[in-house]
Each structure stands twice: as C-alpha cells, then as structure tokens.
Design a protein around this ligand. Structure first.
Ligand SMILES: *[C@@H]1O[C@H](CO)[C@@H](O)[C@H](O)[C@H]1NC(C)=O
Length: 456
C-alpha cells in the first residue's frame, strides 16, 4: 500500500471528519432524556415497582421442540474443497459436529441449575420487566462497592457466570483484595430474561436510562460501572448523563469516535501515518492506519448493516432454526475472539478459549427466550437515535479504567485517542478478545479491582 494512497485516504477521512465535527456546532448541547419513558405495551401506566425473586425454568416443550428441530436440521452444504475453515463464514462440517454434541451431550438443565445458583430478580421499569442478577459479597471485606456490569450482543448475562464470583469474593478465588463488589448484572431489555420493548426508540440511551433507574430502585446512589460491546456504550452513556452517580467506569471496549474533536481527528490522521510518533503503545502496529481499519471494519460488520436496517428480516430465520442461530452467533465468538488467527482453523478455534457447553449456553439463552430479533433491533435503534451524536461529543470527567484487549476487533484505538473523550486514569493491554469476561474472567476481574484500588 503506497504512502501516497494512505495519505490520500487519510486526508479524505480527515475532511469527512471535519464536516461531521462542524455539524456539531448546530446541535444543541443538552441531551434530553425522559426519566419516566415508557416502552411497555399500550398507554403509559405506573410501574409495579416491587422487586421479585426470579428463577429460570424452561418448559420441557421448548426443549423437546428444540430437539426435533436439531434432528431435522438441514446442513447440506459442504465447505469448499480448499477452504476447510471460517473464511467463507461458519464451516458447515464443524456445524455438523456441533449438532451432534448439542443433541447427545449437552444438558440445558445442568446450565440452568448453574445459572440459578445466582440470585435473580425482576422489576418493572418503564413498562418493561427487567431481569437482573444481584450478587452480594460476604461480610469479611473491609470495603464493598456496588458495581453494575453490562453485556452486549451476541452475548447475554451468561457471559458473566465466571466473573461474578471473582468480583463478589475475589479472595476465595485466589485474588488478594480487601475490597469486593456487590454485583448487579441486568439483561438488556430484548435480551435474556428481560422483556422486549414494545415500542420503537429503545436505544442504548434508553437502556442507560433503564439501568440508572434500576440502580436507584435498588437504593444505590453511587456505583461503579463495567461494560464491553453494547455494555460499554450503555455504561458510557450513563457516565455522560448521570456522572454524579458514577464512582468510576471500567471498560474492555472503548466506544469513541475519533472525529468528534479537531484534536482527536488530527491525532488519528497523523497517527495513522506515523504511529510511533503519536502513540505510546508498542502494540500499535502497522495495521493501525486508515486503510487497514477501513478494510477490517468493512469485512467484519456486514451483520451490523443488516441489523441496523432490517433486523426483523434477518432475524426471522435465526429465530426459526437453532442451527442457523448457532452458526450466526458462534461465528462471532470465533472471529471476535481473535480476528487474525481463528478464521484459519476448521473449527474456528472456538473451543480454544470456551467449552462447547459454554458456547451452546450462550445460544440457548437466545433460543429459549426466542428473542434474537429483539436483540438485533437494538442496532436499528442505535443508528436511529440521533442523541448519540450529541452525547458522543461530551468529555467524560469521571475516572475511566480501560482493559484493552489486543485481539479485540472493535477497540484498537490507541489510548491517546481514547483520552480525547475519556478521562482514562488506568490503562492496561492484555491478550484477550471481544468477550473478555467470558474468555479471561480472572484477568478482567483483577483489572477492575486494580482500577478501583487506584481510586481509594
Ligand atoms: C480525572 O479523574 C481524576 C480522578 O478522579 C481527577 O483527579 C482528574 O481531575 C480528572 N481529570 C479530568 C481531566 O477531568
């Protein structure tokens, strides 16, 4: 790739960025959020504010129906002779094996029991039954803090089943710490066991609104936040909208727009030509340049375009076929865990970091709740809610910790860029991918604890 072409593309992007940037001058500073917004069915009513314990219990009919569908699933396409890997998408040969395992070895009941070992609750917020796990630490810790952790797509709260015990009782799991967390892990409405919004407009800003209302209802006036994927966008929104309630924000994905300020656009542009002059990390390599980033994003975000435009269309077959659902979601767990390497393997290296049981349980949470379409609509709402454009230009002053995954697909912004928008006081790089809590729970838990300790 010639230097001239890079320069040209960089200049084009900078110009584009300038126009986006200048358009902000015309938008109002204040972002309006209705703290009584209603997305339940019918006319707005008063919420039933009781907090009820909840237990997961999937009826046998659902499991029998799943079995029938798996048995009669048609996987009749063969991978290309010279492409027994993930380069054309999910490898159908491996999909056959997954079906066998799902039918013969996988037990939902076992994972349901494991999930039910946590304390689950539901409460109505803005007309929606919001599901959350609420796990308290033992009394032996000197200090405990409330921590809200938020998942993303195509994950769900199950992603946190390994990290929650590490956060609530680190000492028990070999992490030396005098502090522990009281963890609240909600299912985003439309995901897991939370009810789906019944009206258009339920964006990441509304989810942020729902979760701050949830924390208020649980009587937490000040708390920490942690998020990745949509979870990072939701928690960043919370930090921007209700900073007085947030003690600190920890992210394993930093959702920043490099063009929201002129300085940031400049660093982004110059840094893509001379990385070592602008970026301190030795891990910002030659692939941090406008062309490589553009290529990567274009190749890997087809799903996003579909979901951001016609979620109900793409979701119909996924909601009808467990095999289709598994291929669609697990391909993301392969590629997003390690973009550079995993596609080369016949099995997408899926079980290098996760067990087949864990992967299938992620799928099961979508399947048994029948909410893949609802989860995909969240992309549509993201791009329709223009308040995001305004919010993105607000600098976050509360302290932010970032555990940056070196195999992360969407988050390879150097810290110098993240600092344009966030007050990053704690930063580390690790060899993990997009699903950090699921892939490396101990590393992530340790980093969250270290971050909070710096704020004591
Ligand atoms: C960042 O957070 C730290 C810790 O709370 C604070 O001392 C500092 O003033 C903040 N910086 C900015 C630029 O807001």
């Amino acid at each position: 790739m010639g230097f001239k072409l890079q320069f040209f593309v960089g200049a084009l992007l900078a110009l584009g960025g300038y126009f986006i940037f200048s358009s902000y001058f015309s938008v109002p500073e204040k972002v309006e959020v209705d703290e009584k917004s209603w997305f339940g069915p019918g006319q707005p009513r008063k919420d039933d504010e009781t907090i009820r314990p909840f237990k997961i219990s999937v009826p046998d009919e659902v499991l029998n129906d799943l079995k029938n569908r798996l048995q009669s699933a048609r996987i009749s396409h063969e991978p290309l002779e010279d492409s027994n890997n993930f380069y054309y998408g999910f490898n159908s040969r491996y999909l056959q094996q997954i079906r066998e395992y799902w039918l013969k070895s996988y037990s939902w009941k076992k994972h349901e029991d494991q999930l039910n070992s946590f304390s689950h609750f539901k409460t109505q917020i803005g007309g929606i039954q919001v599901h959350f796990i609420h796990q308290k630490p033992p009394s032996s810790y000197q200090k405990t803090y409330p921590l809200l952790i938020v998942h993303g797509w195509p994950g769900n709260v199950y992603e946190f089943y390994k990290i929650i015990p590490l956060l609530t009782d680190p000492k028990k799991h070999g992490i030396s710490s005098e502090i522990a967390f009281e963890v609240v892990a909600p299912s985003i409405p439309g995901y897991g066991w939370s009810e789906s919004p019944h009206k258009t407009g339920y964006s990441q800003i509304e989810a942020a609104n729902t979760f701050q209302r949830l924390m208020t209802r649980l009587r937490f006036n000040k708390y920490y936040l942690q998020g990745g994927d949509w979870g990072s966008i939701i928690t960043v929104n919370m930090a921007r909208l209700w900073p007085e309630k947030i003690l600190g924000l920890h992210l394993n994905m930093v959702p920043i727009m490099p063009f929201t300020t002129f300085k940031c656009a400049f660093i982004h542009f110059m840094g893509s030509i001379f990385p070592s002059l602008f970026f301190s990390s030795p891990n910002v390599g030659p692939d941090h340049n406008a062309i490589e980033i553009f290529k990567r994003i274009t190749i890997e975000t087809g799903y996003m375009h579909l979901q951001a435009t016609r979620p109900d269309t793409v979701g119909t077959s996924l909601n009808d076929s467990p095999i289709g659902l598994a291929a669609y979601i697990l391909e993301k767990f392969s590629v997003w865990t390690n973009l550079k390497e995993n596609r080369d393997f016949p099995d997408g290296a899926l079980t290098k970091k996760f067990t087949m049981d864990e992967l299938l349980t992620i799928i099961m949470v979508y399947w048994v709740n029948g909410n893949i379409v609802n989860s995909q609509r969240f992309y549509r709402e993201h791009f329709l809610d223009t308040r995001h454009m305004q919010l993105n230009s607000h600098y976050i002053t509360i302290p932010v910790g970032h555990a940056s995954g070196l195999n992360e697909l969407f988050d390879r912004n150097p810290v110098e860029l993240s600092r344009c928008q966030l007050n990053i006081t704690h930063y580390n790089e690790y060899y993990f991918g997009h699903f950090a809590a699921f892939e490396e729970p101990k590393i992530l838990a340790q980093d969250v604890l270290d971050f909070v300790k710096t704020l004591q």
